[in-house]
Design a protein. Structure first.
Length: 85
């Protein structure tokens, strides 16, 4: 892998690296509330599904609340190799 894998994500590396969204089952097993998971799902939709580039998506994601979303934003901003989308 040449790019960083997003935290909380489901990622595949068969032919091309791709993130498929939030690992909601794993997060539920770890005790994440439904509200926390929904917040992360909104952030991932903006990042992965919308037609926005990463900078534009980050601007929209900043409008969401939550410690987990802040962790995701910080991870993306600190990534030197870029992130798998």
């Amino acid at each position: 892998m040449t790019q960083d894998v997003l935290p909380f994500s489901k990622t595949s590396a068969r032919r091309e690296n791709k993130a498929f969204g939030v690992n909601s089952v794993g997060l539920e097993r770890r005790g994440f509330s439904a509200e926390r998971i929904r917040s992360l799902q909104k952030a991932f939709r903006l990042l992965l599904v919308s037609k926005l580039n990463t900078s534009q998506a980050l601007e929209k994601i900043r409008e969401l609340e939550g410690e987990d979303v802040a962790l995701l934003i910080g991870f993306i901003e600190r990534s030197e190799r870029g992130v798998i989308k």
